[in-house]
Structures are given as structure tokens and as C-alpha cells.
Design a protein around this ligand. Structure first.
Ligand SMILES: [Ca+2]
Ligand SMILES: [Ca+2]
Length: 460
């Protein structure tokens, strides 16, 4: 049991914890596997999936059985952590020449080729390439499967980046040219400029859906829904803008400007104070205005919509932090991913019982991630002051005196009556990837410069 427990991947571990297995079980095996085989496709996201060795954990698949039988044979089970880890490399090596799925390719060959070692239908196309007769035959086919086929590449570029096949003329030009590489580059460049790629509801726009989580009924501004709380057009505009024009993608989390879409579809960054944003909207439509002061902005993480949709009326907005961690850094805490416990956490400022053993497993990471979000209001909550006359909302320094979607230094004080005095002790400083951050702007800076951010960007 002990040895199989060590082999459980993060998702499976979540079940284990839910069933009350002691929290010290750690998913070390997937990481150890990827330390040994860092380049295999199974390790593309950092740790191997549980299906590398298991069917449904703890049951092992054919490869898991091969590894297990070579793992410190003769040593009584269960193996201790130390014995398991020290025996694993040799056991994996011992299973390399074996063929778990019987498809004729060894486990090692499949790791190298990126095919599945436990699926006979997935096997390396052979090692070596085509011989002369095969090459000649392939060249005469519509698609050349023995060599790089520029016409096929052009078709893929057209379909994936332009939304349609290339014309016959374009295909012939590429087939007949020695300079096909620059023709492909030109085609790609023009596709990346097309409405299909960067326009409203284009490919990039849709790529942002999992980050923005739009809901038509809650939308304000253009195409407003029945229960309008905020507008997400600004979010999409910023996302598409940052991801085009050879811009620095880290500005997704560090931009302190907003982006508007002009009538002709051009995206233009604008530097406006909250007051200027507020005045740019009618009072009827003021829930579409961005109210966070410039120096408190952190790109997609502090837009009116992101805060309204995720934080709503929560004092400590864990949902907001979890969505930021998932959408931009690739770690889903609900699946026990990206856990980096902080000593002394969680403190349980809002008396939710998060310090209980089963909860602390996640909350010792999640709560310090969440504190920097606590000063950003979503939809009010607590004892907030209502502004009855919108005309009095604007302050001289360009800030706006409305709580919703705004940065409020003293926000936690509003919750004392409901949550108790300790809620006001909630710090604004937090911890991300083991690094202390004073506020959300620093959080976003650390995030944007991190390896997980770069990896998520590539995986997207
Ligand atoms: Ca095989
Ligand atoms: Ca296979």
C-alpha cells in the first residue's frame, strides 16, 4: 500500500485526502519519473499523469506492474518513502527494454517517441525514415509523408490561423518555389493579422474564455444581460492586444493600461484615471467602468469583471486567487496542483475552519496566495457605504469613491461586524511560489516572471 500511495498523481491524491488518508501522502512518484525522463511527452506539464503507471490508482497498469516487480525485489512491503524513492530509478531502468503494451516498441522507445507506452494503438512510426523507393512514391502523392511538405504546412497555416484553406495559386506557388519557407512565413504573418485570429470572437478571443469566464446574463456595457454586474469587453481587448503585435505577454498580469476597440477593430491602449473611465461611461452604465487606480492595476487580475465575477462579496477572495493561479499559472488547487505550503498558514482570519488538517493541505498555499486580493472589491459586501449621488463619486486625485471593482485599502474593516474583529487583521501581503509579496501588483510581477507562467502560455 505504501509503495502505491507514493505513485498517486495529484488528481488521485485529492480523492485520497477527501477520504481521510493522512495528509503527509505526497505525490513524489510523478516528479521522480519526470526527473529521470524530463524530455518525454508525459512530462510536458512538469509531472507525469497517474495513468503513466496506474489504471485507477492504486491499481497498476501493465507498465506499473513491470516497474513494481523490479522495485527493490525481496524487500518486505510496504516500502518506506526512502526505500521507494531510492529503488525507483533502477526499477524504471529495468522496465525500459520491456514492452508493456505489446505493440513491438519498447517502453523506452515510446517515451522517446512520445507515443503511449500502455496503448498498443499508439506506437512510434518507425525509427529511421523512408528509403529511396518510398521517398519516390511519397513525392508523387498529394501529401508527401516522407519529407517536410511545404504545401501541407501551408494548408495547416491557412486552416489554423486564417480559418480557410489556401488558394490553388498559393499552393502552386509554394510547391514550385525554392523559397517556400519565406512564402510560409508571409502567409503566417498575414493570418496572424486577420480577423479570424485577432478579431472579436476570433481565435485569440476564444483562447481567453477559460481565463475570463464570461457570462452573458451578467454582462454590462454593449449587449448587456439582465443582471449586469460588469463588462468583460475590456478583458478580451487587453488579452488580444497583449497577444498580438510582438508584445510582451507578461503584460497580461502587469498592464496598468486598458485597451479599447475602435470601430474599425483596431485595439488601442489607453491611460485613464478611474475618474476618466467613470466619466467615459454614462451613469446608467457605470458598472462597465474600470475603477482601480493605475498604480494598483495588475492587468487581467484587477479588471472590473474579474473582481466582480470571482470575488463578489467575499472578504477573503480565495476563488479569485485560485482562478488566477489556475488560468495564468496552470495550477488547479482543487486538484492539489501547485501546492507550496507556507509555514504558519492558514491563520483562518475569516473563521472558516481552514486550519483543520484536511483543509490546511490546500489552504496553507491558497490563503497566502489570496491575501493580496483582499483589498480589491468585487460587488461590495459587509458594511459598505452607498454613494447615493453618482456626481459626488469622483475625487480630486482621479480616484472614484465607489467600492465595486475598486481598490479599497481599508476594505477588511467593513467585514468586522459580520466576521469578527480578527478579519481586520488579514494582511495584504502574501506569498507566491515561496516568495513574499507586499501586494497584488508584486504578486503579479512574480507570477509574470515565473516559469509556470511561461509554460502555461506555451501550453495555451
Ligand atoms: Ca510498447
Ligand atoms: Ca504504445
Amino acid at each position: 500500500m505504501q509503495s502505491t500511495k507514493r505513485f498517486i498523481a495529484p488528481a488521485a491524491l485529492a480523492f485520497a485526502v477527501a477520504w481521510g488518508v493522512p495528509a503527509q501522502a505526497k505525490p513524489v512518484a510523478p516528479e521522480e519519473f519526470c526527473r529521470i525522463y524530463p524530455k518525454t511527452a508525459l512530462c510536458a506539464s512538469g509531472a507525469a499523469p497517474c495513468t503513466t503507471c496506474h489504471t485507477t490508482p492504486p491499481a497498476r497498469n501493465a507498465f506499473g506492474i513491470q516497474v513494481e516487480s523490479a522495485l527493490s525485489p525481496g524487500t518486505p512491503r510496504p516500502l518506506s518513502d526512502g526505500l521507494f524513492l531510492s529503488g525507483l530509478p533502477a526499477a524504471l531502468r529495468a522496465a525500459e527494454p520491456l514492452d508493456a503494451d505489446g505493440d513491438g516498441a519498447s517502453n523506452a522507445e515510446e517515451f522517446q517517441a512520445g507515443t503511449l507506452h500502455v496503448d498498443a494503438a499508439s506506437r512510434p512510426s518507425r525509427i529511421g525514415g523512408c528509403d529511396a523507393a518510398e521517398s519516390a512514391l511519397a513525392k508523387a502523392q498529394p501529401w508527401n509523408t516522407c519529407a517536410y511538405d511545404p504545401a501541407y504546412a501551408l494548408t495547416r497555416i491557412g486552416l489554423d490561423f486564417c480559418g480557410h484553406s489556401p488558394t490553388r495559386g498559393e499552393l502552386e506557388a509554394v510547391r514550385g518555389s525554392n523559397d517556400w519557407q519565406s512564402l510560409l512565413e508571409q502567409k503566417l504573418a498575414s493570418c496572424l493579422d486577420s480577423a479570424f485570429w485577432r478579431g472579436k470572437r476570433g481565435v485569440l478571443w476564444n483562447l481567453a474564455n477559460a481565463k475570463i469566464l464570461p457570462e452573458a446574463s451578467l454582462k454590462s456595457g454593449e449587449d448587456a444581460g439582465d443582471l449586469a454586474i460588469a463588462d468583460y469587453d475590456d478583458d478580451y481587448n487587453l488579452f488580444v492586444y497583449v497577444n498580438t503585435g510582438d508584445r510582451d505577454a507578461r503584460e497580461l498580469l502587469t498592464a496598468q493600461y486598458h485597451v479599447i476597440r475602435q470601430a474599425d477593430g483596431t485595439l488601442v491602449p489607453i491611460e485613464r484615471t478611474p475618474a476618466e473611465n467613470y466619466e467615459a461611461h454614462d451613469y446608467d452604465d457605470d458598472d462597465a467602468a474600470q475603477l482601480v487606480p493605475q498604480q494598483r492595476r495588475a492587468g487581467m487580475l484587477t479588471t472590473r469583471w474579474f473582481l466582480a465575477k470571482n470575488t463578489m462579496v467575499t472578504p477573503i477572495p480565495r476563488t479569485t486567487a485560485a482562478q488566477a493561479y489556475r488560468a495564468y499559472l496552470g495550477y488547479d488547487i482543487a486538484k492539489m496542483e501547485g501546492l507550496q505550503p507556507v509555514a504558519g498558514e492558514p491563520v483562518d482570519y475569516d473563521r472558516k475552519g481552514v486550519a483543520a488538517e484536511q483543509c490546511a493541505v490546500c489552504h496553507s498555499t491558497l490563503d497566502p496566495l489570496s491575501y493580496p486580493f483582499t483589498r480589491y472589491d468585487g460587488l461590495g459586501g459587509g458594511d459598505e457605504e452607498e454613494i447615493s449621488d453618482p456626481a459626488t463619486a469622483i475625487n480630486e486625485d482621479g480616484s472614484v469613491n465607489i467600492a465595486f471593482g475598486n481598490y479599497i485599502a481599508g476594505r477588511m474593516d467593513r467585514f468586522v461586524r459580520q466576521e469578527g474583529p480578527q478579519i481586520a487583521e488579514t494582511p495584504e501581503a502574501g506569498v507566491l511560489f515561496g516568495q513574499p509579496v507586499a501586494n497584488l501588483v508584486e504578486w503579479a510581477e512574480v507570477a509574470a516572471n515565473s516559469e509556470p507562467f511561461a509554460r502555461k502560455l506555451v501550453l495555451d
